[in-house]
Structures are given as C-alpha cells and as structure tokens.
Design a protein around this ligand. Structure first.
Ligand code: CO
Ligand code: CO
Length: 353
C-alpha cells in the first residue's frame, strides 16, 4: 500500500469506471438529438464502439477517444498511470497507434499540490511509455478529483478493428483478468492485502499496447476493451454490433487473485447491478450457475483487457504471443456463432459447464 497522508479514494463518491453514468440513463439523454455526421466519419455513435474514427484520406484516419474518472487507488502516482493506461486503451482496442493526448483534470486547488503533481507525473510517464506525447490539457478547481486524457491515434482506414466484425467460428481471447471493480472497492472501504494489491495494480497500469499489436499481427476480426460495462456489457455490444451470438466458457475466464474472496465478503460495486440491468434481455446461462463467478461477468473493469475475436486457426498462436510478451492472464474464453432460432443476434451465453 502507499503511505500518502490523504487517502484519495476517500475524497470521492464512486471510483474508476464504476462511476460511469448508467447506460440506460445515458441513452435516454442521447435520444432525439440529431448528431450531424459526414462521409469521413467511419466510426461514430451508432455501434457503441470504443472510439470515433475520422477519415483524412485512404491512407490515414484519426482515432479519437476520451476517458477520465475519480481515484481508484490512494497513491496519486499510480492513479495517474491507471487513468492514462485506461484512456489510451480505446485506441489500442481499435488496432491503432496513439500519437498525442490532452490532460483532463479536476482538482481542489486548496489541497496539497504535491498530490496533483504526482497524478500528472503518473499520466505523463504512462503516455511516454505508449510512445505518444501530451500536448496540452484543461483543468478546473472543484471538490472532486478527476483525471484522464483525450487521446488521438492513427490508423489506416482498412485496418480498423471495430466491435462489429466478430465472425461466426471465431475464438475469443481476453487479455487481462477480471475483478478490478470489486478489488478497487476493497481499497475504498478497507485495506487490500499486499498479495492481492500488487497484481491488481500491475494489471491496471499495464498498457494494452502489446495486446493490440499482437491481435493486429494475427489478423483479429474484431476487438473491444472491457471497461465500465463489464465483460457482459462490452461483449453484448460486440455481439449486437456484429449480429452474432457470443458464448463464454465461464471456467476459462481469467480472474485476479483475491477477487473471488472479495465477492465472498460482499464488496460488490453499484456497477454489478446496473450492468446486470443493462444486459438482462441478452444474457442466457447454461449449466449450473456459480454465483461467485457470475458476479465477475458484471464487474465494471478499470483499465481492463482487450476482448479479441480472432479466426480459430490463429487463436493458439495469438495466445502464445500474448503470453510471451507478458500478458500472463490472457486466455481463450469463448467463441462466436451465428444467431439461431434459439439465440437472437446479440445474445451472450454464459456456459458454466
Ligand atoms: Co472501450
Ligand atoms: Co472508454
């Protein structure tokens, strides 16, 4: 644990990607507004993809995304790194390369400014690791601490890995272990044992850069990152956008050490409930439901991994490459199939067998 005097997680009401506005409330607000578009908008609002993509010419498109949230951990330097890794992730989920970023910052200026400096240093170091540069930002003085980035990336238009191109027959690979939401909640309400804390932190500060390069190398068909809507929510968006059915082998899902313990201790986030609500019309369970594992499917992830839909013949090679480059929790966790009489398009099957 860190030894900062002020506990950052005590200064805010809800933390990380678990602080998202509930999806049904957000879609209500977005409804009825005419969002202007043009022929250069390759990826916009419609498919709930990770980032917007704007075509400059046949060789170049820009990927735009932003993510910011309140502290998930008490150490400001780690919080800065986590927020930056999380914001960069949506560029990686599209198969792109981040080139620059802007800081987004809210901070009560009466507080210790060394905290602010550490947050910004964490963000700066993580962006540097990605190869991108921070070229500006904006800050406001309010009572909550918020930090994140607006990120721009580049990609050749034909190489975009959307969430709408998962193909029947594909295997699904998840590159990071589940459980960050619930473990962050333990940090907020009590203390997390060192043996769990260290692996949680190293997972959240890890860039999805290698994972993204690997999925491009092995011709993935589709990709998204798993963040606030949990595995259930983000995979449902992928299945809906692709018009397919996604099946998860629940027992193959990677889980962070301590997450199942924390579920047993009832450290559930509010996202657990709202993600269930969000996905309830599309989730089907098969086999005997394991209640502990079920919570992991809805756990909102902060700086979660990539969910990669890859042709079956490349799945094992991709997995090997991911392990080799340090994504140690990566695993083949499911597959994609056609919709049927039994399962409508967009269905997520959680198979407990
Ligand atoms: Co995303
Ligand atoms: Co995002």
């Amino acid at each position: 644990m860190s030894d900062t005097q002020v506990r950052l997680t005590q200064m805010v009401t809800s933390a990380g990607c678990a602080a998202k506005i509930f999806p049904h409330i957000l879609s209500e607000a977005l409804k009825g507004i005419e969002w202007a578009t043009n022929a250069n908008v390759i990826v916009g609002f419609e498919g709930k993809d990770d980032a917007g993509v704007y075509k400059i010419n046949d060789e170049l498109a820009l990927i735009h995304t932003t993510d910011f949230f309140t502290p998930v951990v008490d150490d400001p330097y780690l919080f800065g790194q986590i927020a930056a890794a999380n914001a960069l992730s949506d560029v990686y989920a599209m198969g792109g390369t981040p080139i620059n970023a802007l800081n987004i910052l809210a901070f009560p200026q009466k507080e210790d400014l060394s905290i602010l400096k550490e947050i910004l240093k964490g963000g700066a170091d993580k962006v540097k690791e990605s190869g991108a540069v921070i070229i500006g930002g904006h800050s406001i003085d309010i009572t909550n601490i918020v930090y994140g980035l607006a990120v721009t990336g580049t990609i050749k238009p034909e190489n975009i890995k959307g969430n709408n191109t998962a193909k029947p027959g594909d295997k699904l690979i998840l590159t990071k272990a589940l459980g960050t939401g619930i473990l962050n909640n333990v940090i907020k309400f009590s203390a997390l044992d060192d043996k769990y804390y260290d692996q949680l932190i190293s997972s959240m500060i890890r860039l999805n850069k290698n994972a993204s390069e690997c999925m491009v190398l092995f011709n993935a068909n589709a990709c998204t990152d798993v963040t606030g809507f949990g595995l259930a929510g983000h995979s449902m968006q992928m299945a809906q956008a692709s018009g397919t059915v996604i099946r998860f082998y629940v027992n193959e899902l990677p889980v962070l050490p301590g997450a199942e313990w924390a579920i047993g201790e009832n450290y559930l986030t509010r996202g657990d409930k709202s993600n269930r609500e969000y996905t309830k019309d599309f989730v089907v369970s098969s086999g005997n439901i394991n209640k502990t594992k079920e919570h992991l499917l809805y756990d909102p992830q902060t700086s979660g991994g990539l969910l990669i839909s890859v042709p079956e013949e490349n799945a094992n090679l991709l997995l090997l490459e991911l392990h080799k480059r340090g994504d140690i929790f990566a695993n083949i966790v499911g597959d994609v199939s056609d919709a049927s009489d039994e399962y409508k398009p967009g269905t997520i099957v959680f198979d407990y067998n």
